[in-house]
Design a protein around this ligand. Structure first.
Ligand code: SF4
Length: 80
């Protein structure tokens, strides 16, 4: 199992009935966010119990888009 796969499994082993607060929110997959939107996403992640697992996955997978674990990602890496 790769580090990316292990991190994904850890992220998905969250409590069965817990839905992350980003689920279904387009802000977390938008190409660009305003400063206010970045602040909103940051505050949502700060209160998420999956923050550590989400950050580990984003790092292991080398994500290039979206907002993960309190950080906006682009093809240049973490931008926030
Ligand atoms: S920490 Fe990850 S799972 Fe939690 S709200 Fe933020 S992006 Fe979603």
């Amino acid at each position: 199992m790769t580090a990316e796969e292990a991190a994904w499994d850890a992220l998905n082993s969250a409590p069965e009935h817990y839905t992350p607060p980003c689920d279904g929110r387009a802000l977390f997959t938008a190409d660009r966010l305003s400063d206010d939107e970045l602040a909103l996403c940051t505050s949502i992640c700060a209160a998420c119990p999956l923050l550590a697992e989400c950050d580990a996955y984003a790092t292991a997978a080398g994500v290039k888009t979206g907002f993960w674990a309190g950080h906006a990602y682009t093809n240049k890496g973490k931008s926030l």
